[in-house]
Design a protein around this ligand. Structure first.
Ligand SMILES: Nc1ncnc2c1ncn2[C@@H]1O[C@H](COP(=O)(O)OP(=O)(O)OP(=O)(O)O)[C@@H](O)[C@H]1O
Length: 260
């Protein structure tokens, strides 16, 4: 069980020598055995947070602890055995098959050029089966559709067999049933394998139904609670409701008015 703890974490960028703070002083915990969904409007800082948690970019200040160990104390090899990451960047690969790409998830254990043993192959097969891309396994990754590639990159993170997985908009390109299946799979992995799963999404209705906990990022605050509690205290209405968009807090559904 791995728990992620953020202490006084300030995230953002250095632009022309000046700090550009995106979110300041985050104090929070991401729990193991839970699916946690990060919601917030465009440009609010979701990717920045995920990249900072994954050590792809430095925090401006504060600390991130992975099961009590500061993230900055871990080597990249140690980190790759603890945290699997699926970001939105397209992988820059040619002539690598889906099976080989998913196999790259095993590289923390085998080394980049290391050979895969029977256990590795079993984990690769299992990851491919779980995300439902068996028929794509021999296809070159650069020929996949956006949704197919997204599933492939999620399978790679699953093959990595880490206790923590961060995903930036993992359902963005998926068709509707695939979005549901992917979120259900990630929820199941959190519950059955005690994984810590933290993902950003714009699929608000799915997050409300399937997340154990929601992080709602807004310009002046970060609210963290169960979907029901965030509905009950008005946070989700504040985030969702606009003229012509109504959020029903009781059954947690969104209704959209026809304008004409
Ligand atoms: N390299 C960068 N340098 C400076 N500012 C950046 C950089 N990358 C992103 N930003 C800014 O940081 C803020 C947060 O961006 P981020 O990508 O984290 O938002 P997001 O919540 O993931 O948005 P979206 O839902 O649109 O993907 C935005 O104002 C963005 O313009």
């Amino acid at each position: 069980m791995e728990t992620v703890e953020l202490r006084h974490l300030t995230i953002g960028y250095i632009v022309k020598g000046q700090q550009r703070i995106v979110v300041s002083d985050i104090n929070a915990t991401i729990n193991a055995s839970e699916l946690t969904c990060l919601l917030g409007q465009n440009g609010i800082g979701k990717s920045t947070l995920l990249r900072t948690l994954s050590a792809f970019q430095p925090a401006l200040s504060g600390e991130i602890y992975l099961d009590g160990t500061p993230l900055t104390a871990l080597s990249s090899r140690q980190l790759s055995k603890k945290v699997g990451v699926v970001l939105t960047e397209k992988p820059d690969v040619r002539n690598m098959s889906v099976e080989e790409m998913v196999g790259m998830g095993r590289s923390p254990y085998t080394g980049f050029w290391g050979s895969l043993d029977a256990d590795d192959h079993q984990m690769i097969d299992e990851a491919i089966r779980l995300v439902g891309i068996d028929r794509l396994r021999r296809r070159p990754v650069h020929t996949l559709s956006d949704g197919e590639r997204q599933k492939c990159m999620i399978a790679k993170a699953l093959a990595q067999q880490t206790p923590t997985i961060y995903l930036d908009e993992p359902t963005a390109f998926l068709d509707f049933p695939s979005k549901v299946e992917m979120m259900q799979l990630l929820r199941r992995l959190a519950h059955e394998q005690q994984k810590t799963i933290f993902l950003s999404t714009h699929d608000v209705e799915l997050a409300m139904q399937l997340a154990d906990r929601i992080w709602l990022m807004e310009p002046d605050r970060l609210s963290i609670d169960t979907p029901h509690q965030l509905a009950a205290d008005g946070s989700l209405s504040r985030f969702i409701e606009r003229p012509g968009i109504h959020f029903d807090t009781n059954d947690m559904t969104i209704r959209v008015a026809r304008q004409t």
